[in-house]
Structures are given as C-alpha cells and as structure tokens.
Write a protein that binds this ligand. Structure first.
Ligand SMILES: [Zn+2]
Ligand SMILES: [Zn+2]
Length: 509
C-alpha cells in the first residue's frame, strides 16, 4: 500500500465536495484525510494502485451537482499511516486559484422543507444547504470558509452546529447555514406608517402592501430590487414616474413556469433557462397578456424579461401574493445595483417601504439576462448565477493578467493559466458611483484571489474611465521599464493590438 496526494482543481469548494470524498473513501475503506486549500481540494490517503483508480473514477463520475472538476493531480508521497478517514481543517497555500461557486437558486429539498410545517426551518426566508444558496455575494476572500464570509457575524445555534459538523448531513459545512434561532433576520419598515415588523409578519405585511399598490425595496442576493404588483397598472405607472424611467422595460418575476407560459412564448430552451439553478432573467416573446400591465411593463416592444423566484424569500412572497411582480434592480439608471441601506438612500423618493435583512452583501451582483435566438443562448448580462465561474481560455497565460474592460456595460476580469474570471456586469462608467463600484469590483477580485497582476490590459481610448484607472493602477505598482519593452511579446490576441494596451508590472508573476 502506498500514500498518495491528490489535488483536485475546479469548482470544488462550497459545493459539498469534501463530504462526498469522505463518503467515497469510506465506501472503499480507504484511510487518510481531505481538506480545502486555496487551490482546490487536497486528499492524502493510503491505497493500492487498483483501488485508487476505482476511487478516482468514482470521484469523477459521481461528483456533487454544483461541482466542476477541472483537473486531478495524483502523486505518490512519502509513506504516512492513517487509521481512519477524516475531513480536516483548511490548509492555506500561497497561490489562490480555487474557483468559487456563484450564487444559485434554492434547491428542491430546501424548498420542500421551507413549506413543511414540521421542519424547524418552516417559512425561514434564508433556508439553504450545501447544494444551494448564496456564495459569491457573501465572500470576502478565499478559502470559502464561514469566517471569510458575512455569515461570520451569526453564531450558530447548537442544532445548526451539529448539522454543520456532520459529514453525512446535507448542511455539512454549508457556510450560510442558519435558522430562526441563529441566522439572518428580516425586517420591514414603512416610513409613513412608522411600521417596523420582523419575521413571518414582515413577509405577510409586505405582501399586503404590494397588494395595495405599494412600491417596496426588497433586499435579495446581490442587491435590492424595486418591487410592485405587476398586475396593478397604477403601481407600475407610479414606479416608472418615480424612477424617471419612461419606457425601458422592467423584468417580471413570476410564481412558476405555468404563469411564465401565460405571459410569454416559452420554448424548451427558455424553460430550461428559467428553471435552471442560475435562474437568470430570460427575455421571451411576449403574449401581451392582459393579466399584467404589459403596456407599462414593456412599452412598445414585443419581448418581456421573466424570471422565477430564486431565494426562499422570493418564494415566500410570490406564493403568498400569487401574482407576478415587477422586480427591477434598485439603482439610478445604468449605475450599479444598491447593496445596502446607505446606497439605497438615493432612491428614497421611489419606494414606500423596505424589506431588509441583516446578512451583508459583500459583493454586489445584478440579475443575469439571457435570451434565445434561433436555438442559441445569448447572454446579455452575465452576473448572478454565473459570476465568478471562470471562462476557459483556449491558451495558457504565463503572466497574471488584469483586464480592465470597456467604458459602457463594463466588466473587469482577472486571468491566470487558462482561466478568466469575470466580475459581474458593472454598468456604464459615466458617474462617480459607477466608477467607485468599478474600482471596488477590481479590488474585490484581487482580494478574493489574492491576485497580483503582472500585466494590465486596457482600451487605448484616452477618454475612457477604464483607461484612466488602468494608468492610475500602473502608478500604484512599480513599473519595470525593461519589461514594458517586452509588451509586444505578450499578446494572446494580436488582432486587437491596435485597440488594447498591455502594461507590464514589476515584481509580480
Ligand atoms: Zn438546499
Ligand atoms: Zn440555528
């Protein structure tokens, strides 16, 4: 019997991968240990070569639903005897390249528990498990452990702690785990009525207010939505007037796929996207249904953006209201989404009340927008559900690269090896708030991945904010003039050379 060290890279943290390794190892009576590190999951175990092959092939074939294995590296190491199989604490390593899973919708099991009167999380608006819920929006840095997320402020109750530490539980190391007793809480505030309620009452009252035509700011996963009853023309009109948005279409969140089909032509692919774990807004051909205020929601166009509830909170609201809602990002036009009460103040004349919760949004993230054209999926806005999954490059980079994006509909990216990790959609860089958010997005990517760029790629347009920030960034890190000259040698996209500048930075790889 030999000792092997196995490093698995890809989306393997925060997705139930270690308990899966634990269960698989136990099945083959293998002894050793498994841990997260900053690159992925590391396993050390004693095995004969043939059993090791079986074990590895099962890891590949039966990996958890949300995981994505990019590579498995196996090496024989110095003998070490184990007497059982253990999940051990996270090991730090110098390079952070583990891929973080995005925020995804509530899973079927959690949805069942949410409406099960016998469950201790009955109607709990933040129910979650290893297979669902928030990830990217709550993380401060890698590795993905509770103390590196905004869940660190909630001390687990005894029952949650037991689940969290039990490798056979669905909530083993589910970082956002919580319950009525210990987790995040809801609060509804309505200025005019001096109303302040929490818990189930907050949802009940919010639903009543929506029914009466009130506009609410509701905190979701990556920011606030401005919400009103989509069947109430007066409410939609009021939202348009107050938001000073005369005609740009609003997205509509519907109770279920059946309602989506009543409002739009939902093909096979559209249905798949609507009910996917990413739950993007899907722009479909509208049926101009009289069931909602279509003329006000998407004036003069034949399309409508629909999406399904993706959090327990949205589910609770829609189930109770039993009507579609307009749910548009709370922002000033083309500016980033508001993520906290402070930034929401700029919209105080738009909403009548706030349904807020106390789980901090560390990284803002808008809803993704997708459409289908001739059976092809076209991503119009890549954000929640997809960020920060990496895009595989058809080549490998030898230098860590920060790409600054464009000035309109901007997105930034970091790239290493053959991975490019994009920030969520940021918006147009035409206002102070957008530029601040843009800079914050860069800092967020650099912080989460502890990323030190060796190259900055930016547009050559001298008037672009992205160009100015790239140049400022360059001055904040020492430039090596000798390496600047070699810029032409590094250029994965020679055809873009006339439009893109590559700045090479010193002392970083
Ligand atoms: Zn779940
Ligand atoms: Zn608890």
């Amino acid at each position: 019997m030999q000792t092997y060290k196995i490093l698995i890279k890809g989306v393997v943290q925060g997705v139930g991968f270690r308990p899966f390794v634990y269960q698989t190892a136990t099945k083959y009576t293998l002894f050793g240990e498994v841990s997260n590190n900053s690159q992925g999951v590391e396993i050390t175990l004693n095995a004969d070569k043939d059993i090791l092959e079986l074990f590895l092939s099962e890891l590949k074939q039966k990996a958890p639903a949300l995981s994505q294995i990019d590579s498995i590296k196996v090496e024989e190491v110095e003998d070490r005897a184990f007497s059982d199989f253990k999940i051990v604490e996270t090991k730090e390593s110098s390079t952070k390249s583990a891929l973080l899973p995005p925020d995804i919708s509530i899973c079927e099991e959690c949805e069942r528990e949410l409406f099960d009167e016998n469950s201790r999380r009955y109607l709990y608006p933040f129910i979650t498990c290893t297979n669902c819920g928030v990830r990217y929006s709550i993380i401060e840095k890698l590795p993905y452990d509770r103390e590196n997320t905004s869940m660190k402020f909630f001390k687990m109750c005894k029952k949650c702690e037991e689940e969290y530490h039990n490798p056979l539980d669905r909530r083993y190391h589910a970082q956002p785990i919580g319950c009525w007793e210990c987790g995040p809480t809801l609060e509804l505030r309505v200025q005019s009525e001096e109303l302040r309620v929490s818990g189930v009452e907050a949802i009940d009252r919010a639903v009543e207010l929506l029914r009466e035509g009130t506009i609410l700011a509701i905190k979701g996963v990556g920011g606030f939505h401005l919400v009103c009853d989509a069947t109430n023309a007066d409410a939609v009109k009021k939202l348009r007037e107050r938001k000073r948005r005369p005609s740009k279409p609003f997205a509509v969140m519907v109770q279920d796929i059946r309602v989506a089909r009543e409002l739009a032509y939902v093909g096979e692919l559209e249905e798949k996207l609507l009910s996917s774990k990413e739950r993007p807004i899907v722009v479909c051909k509208s049926k101009n249904s009289s069931k909602i205020a279509s003329d006000l929601i998407a004036p003069n166009i034949s399309k409508i953006g629909l999406f399904l509830p993706y959090t327990p909170l949205h589910l609770l609201i829609l189930k109770k209201l039993n009507r579609p809602i307009v749910a548009t990002s709370a922002n000033i036009s083309d500016e980033p989404i508001c993520t906290n009460i402070e930034s929401l103040k700029c919209l105080k004349d738009v909403y009548d009340g706030i349904l807020n919760h106390n789980r901090e949004i560390v990284n803002g993230c808008d809803d993704s927008v997708i459409t289908v054209v001739k059976d092809r999926i076209i991503t119009l806005r890549r954000a929640r559900g997809y960020t920060p999954l990496s895009i595989k490059l058809p080549f490998s980079l030898d230098k860590h690269t920060l790409a600054m994006g464009a000035n309109q509909k901007s997105t930034v990216a970091i790239a290493f090896e053959n991975e490019a990790i994009l920030s969520p959609h940021i918006g147009d860089l035409n206002s102070v708030a957008s530029i601040e958010y843009y800079q914050k997005s860069i800092k967020t990517l650099l912080r989460i991945y502890d990323f030190k760029p060796a190259v900055i790629a930016h547009d050559l347009h001298p008037g672009y904010e992205s160009t100015n920030i790239a140049k400022e960034f360059k001055h904040s890190i020492i430039i090596d003039p000798a390496r600047q000259e070699t810029a032409s040698k590094f250029d994965p996209y020679p055809e873009f050379k006339s439009k893109v500048q590559f700045i090479h930075l010193k002392n970083h790889t």
